[in-house]
Design a protein around this ligand. Structure first.
Ligand code: GDP
Length: 392
């Protein structure tokens, strides 16, 4: 599936950069166009793979290229005012060649947190292509303002996009490590999971011996209906596929076929379970998911219809959904079989409820502290008996 990707803010830009790197490395062909938007000039300059012409600095008259300092209301205002500049870059995208837009942004910061929902609303008004969001939640140790920003942005963003795919930084923090320490690894994880998912819809089915290739319309239909999505992933290294060389002569054809069908099916079903029950991009209860899509990627002789069909049925039972799609994604030169499970329309997400609770607490605290400090300042500046007079 071909995407027009827009990275908004610092994290959005960095993840977009990672997608471009992934695309170049794997040849997946998912990034048809890439635009980075920011109010901070230094962040745009730090990108490595996004074309310089496609880096849009907004809000110059307001913040002079220095960013919005985690003020997402300002981020939203600037995006609103300068949406024409962003549109200028999007005008260069051959939109008729893309299947959808993907807006990538952290929800805890300022520029992307405020700006991405504004841009989503704008794009939906202008284009008929679906507009998806990839929203990144902050780590729990990042503090009140990030939590409050994320909760407000999340609520706004969900309403403006056709589907919000969520990645929770907190779930990916390694023990004893701050979130910041592991960004590169985290971004790699994001690119791999979503890269395989969206890459699946890019195969035309004519090459290799794919039995039931995923089409981009299946991805779109799984995401249609809106709401929140999460993605699971599991992989296993297998022996590199050889093309009838010495190895296959030693093994003998029968042996190869026999070994394959039973263990291929078992491997796939076990990978599907691991993906769905393991760490999701947004941890949640999978029971109650409205729709799901299973993609099994790997060398064609490690994929089979039976494995995918069993995996799909198992997902139906676990989610209780009647809309579970599945298919394969043959990747000739890979030494891995991977399973990616997209769960769409998830509603049982304790992490979001917790985020909202913490955000309300932070909001109340911020108001209280502001009122208190106004009073304290007044007390400090004014003399007790009101004997002094201000100059003017
Ligand atoms: P903005 O530039 O004002 O939109 O703000 P940021 O994009 O820096 O948003 C801050 C949030 O993004 C924090 O919650 C960080 O944890 C998160 N963040 C910053 N950089 C990265 C990154 O490279 N990867 C990921 N996954 N999260 C990041």
């Amino acid at each position: 599936m071909k995407l027009a990707m827009i990275g908004f803010g610092q994290a959005g830009g960095k993840v977009l950069d990672k997608f471009l790197e992934y695309d170049e490395r794997t040849g997946s062909g998912i990034v048809r166009a890439a635009v980075a938007v920011n109010t901070a000039k230094a962040d745009l300059m730090g990108l490595e793979h996004v074309d310089e012409d496609n880096r849009v600095l907004i809000g110059q008259s307001r913040v002079k290229g220095h960013g919005v300092g985690a003020d997402n209301e300002l981020g939203a205002e600037i995006a609103e005012e300068d949406v024409g500049e962003i549109q200028g870059a999007i005008d260069n995208i051959p939109v008729h060649e893309v299947d959808a837009f993907l807006l990538i942004s952290a929800l805890g910061g300022g520029t992307g947190s405020g700006g991405a929902p504004v841009l989503a609303k704008h794009l939906k008004r202008i284009y008929t292509e679906p507009v998806y969001g990839l929203g990144i939640l902050p780590g729990k140790d990042e503090g009140g303002i990030y939590t409050l920003n994320a909760a407000r942005s999340f609520q706004t963003f969900v309403h403006e996009v056709d589907n919000l795919l969520v990645f929770d930084n907190d779930a990916w923090r390694k023990a004893g490590e701050s979130v910041a320490g592991g960004y590169d690894e985290i971004n790699e994880e994001i690119a791999t999971r979503f890269g395989i998912l969206f890459g699946a819809g890019e195969i035309d089915g004519s090459d290799d011996v794919a039995e039931s290739v995923v089409d981009s319309s299946e991805i779109i239909n799984t995401l249609a209906g809106g709401g929140i999505s999460t993605v699971g992933y599991a992989s296993e290294t297998v022996q590199q596929q050889d093309s009838g060389g010495l190895l296959s002569r030693f093994r003998g054809e029968d042996d190869m076929a026999g070994e394959d069908s039973a263990s291929t099916t078992n491997r796939i079903t076990s990978l599907v379970r691991k993906a769905a029950l393991g760490r999701l991009t947004l941890p949640c209860e999978i029971d109650g998911s409205e729709r799901a899509l299973l993609v099994v990627a790997g060398p064609a002789n490690y994929l089979n219809r039976k494995g995918i069909e069993r995996g799909r049925k198992w997902l139906e039972e676990q989610t209780g959904s009647m809309e579970v799609r599945g298919g394969d994604y043959p990747v000739g030169d890979s030494d891995k079989v991977a399973s990616v499970v997209l769960l769409s329309g998830v509603t049982n997400v304790p992490r979001i409820k917790e985020l909202q609770g913490k955000a309300i607490e932070a909001q109340d605290n911020i108001e209280e502290i502001r009122e208190e400090s106004d009073e304290n300042l007044k007390e400090l500046v004014e003399d007790d008996q009101d004997e002094l007079e201000s100059l003017f």
